[in-house]
Design a protein around this ligand. Structure first.
Ligand SMILES: *[C@@H]1O[C@H](CO)[C@@H](O)[C@H](O)[C@H]1NC(C)=O
Ligand SMILES: *[C@@H]1O[C@H](CO)[C@@H](O)[C@H](O)[C@H]1NC(C)=O
Ligand SMILES: *[C@@H]1O[C@H](CO)[C@@H](O)[C@H](O)[C@H]1NC(C)=O
Ligand SMILES: *[C@@H]1O[C@H](CO)[C@@H](O)[C@H](O)[C@H]1NC(C)=O
Ligand SMILES: *[C@@H]1O[C@H](CO)[C@@H](O)[C@H](O)[C@H]1NC(C)=O
Length: 951
C-alpha cells in the first residue's frame, strides 16, 4: 500500500481506538456537569442583573472610554475594558494603499528588490488585468511601486535588480484550507495535532497552540508559490477549534507566533491585546463527526444548535452587563468555553465549514439563519455545485465562498458526487470558488495544479488564478493586504517559469515580506507556448449532465464508429518498439487498430472524420497504484474487495500458503474507471490490498480494461498473472513485522529450490527467483531499497525486480541501473509523507532534476504511478502527470520518453508482457497537444478493440 494510504489508515486506526476513549471522556464530562453547579444557572442569574440594569441606564455606543475612572472597583474597570472589546464593530480593515510603506511583518535589514520587466497578473478587474513589461519594487515588506522603469527608478535606490525578461508574476498563493504545522511531515505519532478526540464541540481550541514550526512542508510549499495558509483544526468534531493564518517563511524567532499574519491576539506593550484582525473557526458536518463521535447528521445539527444557544446566552449576558457596568455587583461574565461562538455571533469570526453533501449544506444554511451568523466558506463541499441556490440563502451580506478540490473525490460516500466541472458550474452561478489543498491531503506545493485542473475543465483563466489568490485572501479576511499585486500590499509575490496555469508551472522565486525564499533556485526556461494565457475548454454539455444526474452521470460513452479518420494529426506515439511519428497529418483506425498513418492514407467512405487540430494519437495510457479495479469508494468496505489475509501472521508455514490473485476480486464499470477511460487511460493495473493494512505478501497483480463492463467482456482482463507484489513500507499495520523479518522471509523464499505440490505461494517465489514472474516491492527508503539490491545480488541474480514508490531511490540510481532494477515512482511528484521518504528528491526549483528524471538519466527504467488517498481519483490525471514530468525535465526526457513513463515502461516494470499473452493497449486520439493543459480526448478504444468511442 502507498505511504500516504498507510498514513491515513493509521489515523483512521487511531481515531477508532480513540473513539472509545473519547466516549469515556464524554461520559465523565456529563457526570462532572451534573455534579457542578450549572454554569448556565450562574450565567442566567447574571443575565437577569444585566437585563434589569437595561431599564434604568442609557445604552452606550462604541468607542468606550479606554481609561475608566480610577475610583471604580477593579472588577468594574476590568469589565469596562471587556465591554470596549466586545462592543467594537466587526473587523473591516481598509485596504492597504500606496502610502503604506512598511509592513508589520517587515524584517529590519531586508533589502529592496527591483523586479524588472514582469508580466503581472494583478488580480484587479476581476482577475482580468495583466500588465506587460512593468517593474515591481519591493521595499519595507510591501509592494512599494508598480510601473515603468522610469516610475520605479527614483525609489529603487540600493535595490537588488532582477531582470525577469517578461516572466509571469502573480500574488503569492493563499491556501485557505491547510493543516500544515498541525499535521506535520513526515508523519510521526508524536505530531498529530490537528484533531482533538476529547469532544466534538471544542470552539476553545486553537490551531496556533499545536503549530509545529519544524514541519518539513514549509519550504516545499514555498517552492510551489504558497505564501499564506489558513491553518484549520481537523474535522473529527463538529467544532474542531479556532483557525489561524500563517506565512510559511522561516523566521529568526522560529516560533508559531512569529509566523502568524494579522494575529487576532498579540502581546503589545507588554499586555495581551485583542487586535482588530479577523478570527477564524472550523466547523464540520457529515461523516467525520459521525465516525469519530457517533454524531450522525441529526446529532451534528443539534450539536451546532446547542453550541450556538450557549454562545448566544453568553453574548446576551455580556451585552447586558455592559449596559451599565457601574451598577454591577459581579465581574463581567467571562466564559472560555463559549466566548468564540459569542464572537461569531458578534460578526468577528470567519466561519469555515467542512460540509460535503446537499443535506449537510442545507442543514448548515438553516442553522446560519436560525442563529444569524455568516459563513466565510463551505469547504470540500463536493455537492455545492448541485445547490448553488441554497448556498446563496446562507445568512449574511454575501454568499459564502466554496473551497473545493478540483478532482479529489470518491474516497467516501459524501465525496462520491464531485464533478470535475464543479468549479465551472459554481462560478457560472455567481459563487466564488477557491481551490485549497487540505494539506497534507494534497501537497500544498501543488495548489496551482488544482487551479490548472479547474481551468482545464471549464473554469476561465481569470477565475482560476483568483481561486488560489484573491478569493482565498478574501475568505481568510486578508484581502486588504494579500491576494493582489497592488502598491502597499504585502510583498508576497511569485515569479513563474511559465503562465501559472500551464502544466508544470514552477516558481523561479517566491518572495514573502519582500524576502526571496528560494536560495539558489534551479529553474529552466519554459517554451514560448507555455507563457500564453489559455482559453478553457467548452464543457457545458458534460457539466450539465453532471448537474442533471446529481453527480452520478452515466459515463459509458455512447457514440462510436468502427472506422475513424483523424485529420490534422501532429504526433503519433504507437507500436512496439514504441516510436513517434511527427506530422503524419492523418491516422486511420479500423476496429480498434491503427491501419494507416500518413497524408496519403485512403479513406473509406463510411469512416467518421475527426479533426484533431494538431493533436496527438497515442497508445492507451496505464494507471497503477490506486485502488481502481478493486474498490470504488475507499472508505466503504462494501464497494471493495476487502482485506487481504496476512501470510506472515495467518500461516506460520508459508510454504503451504495460498497465493492471492488480485484478478479474482477485479471490479469493472466503476465510476473511477469510466472517468479514467474518458481521459485516455485504457488500462489499469491492480494488486490485492484494497482495504486495510498493506500486507507484506500482497499477492499477484493483473491488468484490466477501464472500459469493460464485466470480467468476461472482450479484453476485460489483460494479464491475469502480472507480477508478485510485496510491501515493505507498512507503518499502518498493527503488529507489523520488522523490515529485517520481512526481508529474511523473502531471502528464504527466494532461496528454496523446489516446493511441495499445490503450494502456489512458494511456487511464485521460485518463479520470481528464476525471473519467470516479476517481483514488485513497495518501498521508499534508500536503506530498504539497498537491502533489496543486496538480496537480488546475493540470492537471486535472475530476479526481475521493480521498486514501487521509490522516493529515495535516486540515491542508489547507479546501483539500480547496474542491477537492472526499475522504479515506478509513486507518486510522481514525491512528498515526505513518512519518515521512509524524508530524503526524497524535490525537483525544481529545489533541485535541478526531478526524481523520475534523475533515475532515467542514470539508465534506470522508470514509470509513473500513484500513491496515497488521492490515488484513486487521480487515475484520470495520468496524462497531466506525464506532462508535468516532461515540462520540468525536457533536457532529460524526450516527449516519447515521457509518454513511455505511463505506457510501455509501466508495462515492462509491472510485468504485463512477461507472459505468453501480450495485451493490446488501446488507442487514444487527443485534440490538441498531449502535453498541453487543454488536450482533450476525442476518440478512445480500450485493449478489447472494437469500435472507437468518440467523445
Ligand atoms: C521584456 O522581456 C521580453 C522577453 O524577453 C523582451 O522581448 C522585451 O523587450 C523586454 N522588455 C523590456 C522593456 O525590457
Ligand atoms: C503601544 O505603544 C505605542 C508606543 O508607545 C503606541 O503607539 C501604541 O498605541 C500602543 N499600543 C497599544 C495597544 O496600547
Ligand atoms: C528553508 O528555507 C530557508 C531559507 O528561506 C533556509 O534558511 C532553511 O534552511 C530551509 N529549511 C530547510 C529545512 O531546508
Ligand atoms: C538543470 O541543468 C541543466 C543542465 O545543466 C539545465 O539545462 C537545466 O535548465 C537545469 N534545469 C533546472 C530546472 O534547473
Ligand atoms: C496547426 O499548426 C500549424 C503549423 O504549426 C498552424 O499553422 C495551425 O494554425 C495549427 N492549427 C490549429 C488548429 O492549431
Amino acid at each position: 500500500m502507498s505511504p500516504h494510504a498507510q498514513l491515513v489508515h493509521r489515523r483512521a486506526v487511531d481515531v477508532e481506538k480513540n473513539a472509545q476513549v473519547s466516549d469515556d471522556l464524554a461520559e465523565d464530562d456529563k457526570q462532572r456537569r451534573r455534579k457542578s453547579p450549572s454554569l448556565f444557572r450562574v450565567l442566567a442569574a447574571l443575565a437577569l442583573v444585566g437585563v434589569t440594569a437595561f431599564y434604568y441606564t442609557a445604552s452606550r455606543a462604541w468607542p468606550w472610554d479606554p481609561q475608566p475612572p480610577s475610583d471604580l472597583p477593579p472588577f468594574i474597570r476590568e469589565g469596562i475594558k471587556q465591554c470596549e472589546i466586545i462592543g467594537r464593530p466587526p473587523p473591516n480593515p481598509a485596504p492597504a494603499t500606496r502610502e503604506r510603506t512598511t509592513s508589520d511583518r517587515f524584517v529590519p535589514g531586508t533589502g529592496a528588490v527591483w523586479l524588472k520587466n514582469a508580466t503581472v497578473w494583478t488580480g484587479n478587474n476581476k482577475g482580468h488585468e495583466v500588465l506587460y513589461e512593468v517593474d515591481v519594487l519591493l521595499d519595507g515588506g510591501v509592494i512599494r511601486r508598480i510601473g515603468s522603469s522610469e516610475d520605479v527608478r527614483d525609489e529603487a535606490i540600493d535595490a537588488d535588480e532582477v531582470d525577469l525578461n517578461g516572466a509571469w508574476l502573480t500574488p503569492g498563493l493563499v491556501d485557505v484550507h491547510s493543516h500544515i504545522g498541525v499535521e506535520a511531515a513526515p508523519a510521526l505519532n508524536g505530531g498529530q495535532d490537528g484533531n482533538s478526540i476529547k469532544g466534538s464541540v471544542r470552539p476553545f481550541l486553537r490551531s496556533l497552540d499545536g503549530f509545529n514550526t519544524h514541519d518539513a512542508s514549509f519550504n516545499l510549499s514555498i517552492a510551489g508559490g504558497i505564501t499564506t495558509m489558513l491553518v484549520l483544526p481537523g474535522s473529527a468534531g463538529n467544532i474542531g477549534g479556532q483557525a489561524f493564518t500563517f506565512k510559511p517563511r522561516w523566521t529568526a524567532e522560529n516560533t508559531p507566533a512569529s509566523m502568524q499574519v494579522e494575529p487576532p491576539f498579540r502581546i503589545e506593550n507588554g499586555s495581551w491585546e485583542r487586535t482588530r484582525a479577523w478570527r477564524h473557526i472550523k466547523h464540520a458536518c457529515g461523516e467525520n463527526p459521525a465516525r469519530v463521535y457517533g454524531n450522525v447528521r441529526m446529532e451534528s445539527a443539534y450539536a451546532f444548535r446547542e453550541a450556538y444557544t450557549n454562545g448566544k446566552a453568553l453574548k446576551d449576558i455580556q451585552d447586558a452587563w455592559c449596559e451599565d457596568p457601574r451598577a454591577q455587583s459581579t465581574p463581567f461574565p467571562q466564559d472560555l468555553e463559549w466566548e468564540a461562538l459569542a464572537d461569531v455571533l458578534r460578526g468577528n469570526v470567519k466561519v469555515n465549514v467542512h460540509c460535503y453533501e446537499t443535506v449537510d449544506i442545507d442543514d448548515f444554511v438553516r442553522i446560519t439563519n436560525e442563529f444569524q451568523f455568516p459563513v466565510a466558506a463551505f469547504h470540500h463541499a463536493h455537492e455545492a455545485y448541485l445547490v448553488p441556490g441554497v448556498i446563496k440563502q446562507a445568512y449574511g451580506p454575501e454568499p459564502p465562498a466554496v473551497a473545493i478540490f478540483a478532482n479529489f473525490a470518491r474516497y467516501k460516500r459524501e465525496a462520491y458526487r464531485l464533478s470535475p466541472y464543479a468549479a465551472k458550474v459554481l462560478n457560472d452561478a455567481g459563487i466564488k470558488v477557491s481551490f485549497k489543498s487540505d494539506h497534507p491531503a494534497i501537497d500544498s506545493r501543488y495548489l496551482v495544479f488544482e487551479a490548472q485542473q479547474g481551468h482545464a475543465f471549464g473554469l476561465p483563466w481569470a477565475e482560476a488564478l483568483a481561486s488560489v489568490t484573491t478569493v482565498s485572501a478574501h475568505t481568510a479576511g486578508l484581502d486588504h493586504r494579500l491576494g493582489y499585486v497592488r502598491e502597499g500590499y504585502d510583498a508576497d509575490v511569485v515569479v513563474w517559469d511559465s503562465f501559472p496555469l500551464a502544466l508544470g508551472a514552477t516558481p523561479k522565486q517566491t518572495y514573502i515580506d519582500g524576502i526571496p525564499q528560494l536560495v539558489s533556485p534551479h529553474v529552466g526556461n519554459k517554451p514560448a507556448e507555455a507563457q500564453e494565457i489559455t482559453t478553457h475548454g467548452d464543457y457545458a454539455k458534460e457539466a450539465a449532465a453532471d448537474v442533471v444526474s446529481r453527480g452520478d452521470p452515466d459515463l459509458r460513452p455512447r457514440k462510436q464508429a468502427s472506422k475513424v479518420v483523424f485529420e490534422h494529426v501532429k504526433e503519433v506515439y504507437l507500436g512496439e518498439p514504441f516510436v513517434n511519428t511527427i506530422n503524419p497529418g492523418r491516422v486511420v483506425v479500423s476496429d480498434g487498430e491503427v491501419v494507416c498513418i500518413g497524408r496519403e492514407c485512403v479513406v473509406a467512405e463510411d469512416a467518421a472524420h475527426v479533426d484533431l487540430k494538431n493533436g496527438t494519437v497515442t497508445r492507451g495510457l496505464i494507471t497503477a497504484g490506486s485502488r481502481l479495479g478493486h474498490e470504488e469508494i475507499d472508505m466503504e468496505a462494501s464497494t471493495g474487495d476487502g482485506l487481504v489475509y496476512d501470510a506472515l501472521a495467518v500461516n506460520s508455514d508459508l510454504l503451504s500458503g495460498v497465493l492471492v490473485h488480485g484478478v479474482d476480486g477485479a471490479q469493472f464499470g466503476t465510476k473511477g474507471a469510466l472517468m479514467a477511460y474518458r481521459e485516455g487511460i485504457t488500462t489499469g493495473v491492480s494488486w490485492p490490498g484494497a482495504l486495510g493494512p498493506a500486507r507484506f505478501i500482497a499477492g499477484v497483480s493483473f491488468s484490466f480494461s477501464t472500459s469493460a463492463p464485466h470480467p468476461l467482456a472482450p479484453g476485460a482482463i489483460g494479464t491475469a498473472r502480472a507480477a508478485l507484489h510485496l510491501n515493505l513500507d507498512d507503518e499502518g499495520a498493527d503488529n507489523n513485522p520488522s523490515i529485517s523479518t520481512k526481508l529474511s522471509v523473502l531471502r528464504r523464499l527466494l532461496r528454496q529450490k523446489s516446493v511441495v505440490e499445490d503450494n502456489e505461494l512458494g511456487q511464485a517465489f521460485v518463479d520470481a527467483a528464476e525471473g519467470k514472474l516479476r517481483l514488485v516491492v513497495n518501498a521508499n527508503s534508500a536503506d530498504h531499497i539497498g537491502a533489496l539490491v543486496r538480496i537480488k545480488r546475493d540470492v537471486a541474480p535472475a530476479l526481475k525486480l521493480t521498486i514501487f514508490g521509490g522516493a529515495e531511490a535516486y540515491m542508489l540510481a547507479d546501483e539500480l541501473a547496474r542491477n537492472h532494477i526499475g522504479v515506478v515512482v509513486a507518486p510522481g511528484r514525491a512528498f515526505p509523507y513518512e519518515w521512509t521518504s524524508r530524503r526524497f528528491l524535490p525537483g525544481p526549483p529545489l533541485s535541478n532534476l526531478t526524481l523520475p528524471a534523475l533515475l532515467h538519466k542514470h539508465g534506470v527504467k522508470v514509470g509513473l504511478g500513484l500513491a496515497g488517498i488521492v490515488a484513486s481519483s487521480s487515475t484520470r490525471l495520468t496524462r497531466f502527470e506525464a506532462a508535468w514530468a516532461y515540462a520540468n525535465a525536457p533536457h532529460v526526457f524526450s516527449k516519447r520518453d515521457a509518454i513511455a513513463l505511463v505506457t510501455t515502461n509501466l508495462e515492462e516494470l509491472l510485468g504485463l508482457n512477461d507472459g505468453a499473452e501480450v495485451a493490446s493497449s488501446g488507442i487514444v486520439a487527443y485534440e490538441g497537444d498531449f502535453f498541453s493543459l487543454h488536450a482533450r480526448v476525442r476518440g478512445v478504444v480500450g485493449p478489447g478493440g472494437g469500435a472507437m468511442h468518440l467523445l
